[in-house]
Ligand binder design. Structure first.
Ligand code: PLP
Length: 429
């Protein structure tokens, strides 16, 4: 087959016809008439999640408070139950994952617990391309620990504004560093870091290390136990499709079981004695100890439904298709000449598979306007200032044909100049 055939619409349809995961698309509600490429920001609702929520509502309706112990599964141990199921997804012993809290709250809980500054070791290493919430959390944790966030927080700079070389991160792990907290995937460019290598480097230098995996869990496999990371946090409303603001999750390496959580609450008490209502703290002997409050039932139910899909599809198959789709997206953009004049797009995501998360950063000097123009055409990307359009083909629901159509739209938007009439004031995506 001649090369140019790979750019054709019919080739996109062939790829869909050959796709073993294609059947999962009908398990999701796709917003009518749209091409949804924003599942890295808010995953779509599945029928499985919807019916799990309806079942939870029915047990609340029919069982009232008895649902805590008698619902199926019982609400009382839902965080543990979901943690066990999620453990497969992240390569962890079942008791080391717990579903609780939210990403930023869990980050406070983890950093509060594992950041133990001493006279000579009080720095935290993070990156200058971190998601802002993570930086705010680190700054306030440093202040809470009596430090100075200007002095004690080291944000490794980026050389190109998109990525951070692992060597630079490792070079920042000096002997005054107590803790390293890194994103698994940088939220703007989509760079994936080598968590195993960075963990070895931190441990060799006597520092603890944790990861914010909000942009990787559900998109690619993890092996937290094998990599020996100290802790991790992630959210369930991006690639895991548990719904807006859904309950988050955390991992604590079993070597740290029994440590005192920074923020204790009754939900972290040993389960068999929680209702003794004693005032003396006795934490669960596993990651459950880091729970603070009662699990939010409805979003946990949505996650339960959603996880069933991941268990069926398998995270390796999901990663395989995700890489094939992001490869396809990059190659269509490049081979269609969109990185040349007059189009002016740039690919901001690393080409190397081991350095690529689940989305592609398409950069353009007019990115804010182009993102709006895509939305006007019912294609849903998101925009991250100053110049990034994030496009996330989701292995479980995006077709190759949709990717093809999105790339045609990127081309036409420049050719027609339709983005030029779009204002950028007050734009929120
Ligand atoms: C999405 C995301 C968050 C969101 O935090 P919430 O507390 O759930 O609002 C935090 N950190 C990173 C890196 C994220 O990608």
């Amino acid at each position: 087959m001649p090369d140019h055939d790979h750019l054709s619409e019919s080739h996109a349809c062939l790829l869909d016809a050959d796709d073993p995961l294609a059947g999962f698309r009908e398990r999701f509600y796709i917003p009518p008439g749209t091409i949804y490429l924003d599942g890295n920001s808010l995953g779509l609702l599945s029928y499985d999640a919807e019916s799990a929520v309806l079942r939870a509502l029915a047990s609340w309706k029919e069982q009232g408070i008895n649902g805590w112990l008698e619902a199926d599964p019982p609400w009382f141990t839902l965080g543990e139950e979901l943690g066990r199921r999620m453990a497969t997804l992240v390569g962890a012993t079942p008791e080391s994952v717990i579903v609780t809290g939210t990403t930023t709250v869990n980050l406070h809980q983890m950093v509060g617990t594992f950041y133990e500054p001493t006279e000579n070791r009080r720095k935290i290493v993070a990156t200058s391309l971190d998601f802002p919430s993570d930086v705010y959390a680190l700054q306030s944790q440093i202040r809470l620990h009596g430090g100075d966030s200007e002095r004690d927080l080291v944000l490794v700079p980026s050389r190109d504004g998109r990525t951070i070389p692992e060597d630079d991160i490792i070079a920042a792990m000096a002997d005054d560093v107590a803790l390293v907290l890194l994103p698994s995937v940088l939220y703007r460019s989509g760079q994936l870091v080598d968590m195993a290598r960075l963990t070895r480097a931190a441990h060799d230098r006597g520092a603890l290390i944790g990861f914010d995996c909000a942009h990787s869990v559900g998109a690619l496999p993890h092996a937290f136990d094998d990599w020996d990371v100290d802790f991790a946090v992630w959210c369930t409303y991006k690639y895991l499709n548990a719904g807006p603001g859904a309950v988050g999750a955390l991992y604590v390496n079993q070597r740290h079981f029994g440590r005192e959580p920074a923020l204790a609450g009754w939900w972290g008490y040993r389960k068999d004695r929680q209702f003794d209502m004693a005032h003396h703290w006795e934490g669960a002997a596993n990651a459950g100890a880091w729970q603070i409050s009662t699990i939010p039932l409805l979003s946990a139910a949505a996650l339960m439904g959603s996880l069933a899909i991941f268990e069926e599809a398998g995270i390796d198959a999901i990663r395989g298709k995700s890489l094939a789709q992001t490869d396809y997206l990059i190659s269509l953009i490049e081979a269609s000449g969109l990185c040349d004049e007059p189009y002016g797009y740039r690919i901001g995501t690393p080409r190397d598979h081991v350095m690529r998360g689940g989305h592609i950063a398409v950069e353009h000097d007019q990115a804010a306007r182009i993102a709006q123009a895509l939305k006007a055409r019912d294609i849903v990307p998101d925009f991250r200032p100053p110049d990034v359009i994030r496009l996330a083909p989701i292995a479980l629901s995006t077709t190759y044909h949709e990717i093809w159509r999105a790339v045609q739209a990127l081309r036409e938007i420049i050719e027609t100049g339709e983005y030029l009439s779009i204002g950028t004031a007050g734009m929120v995506t």
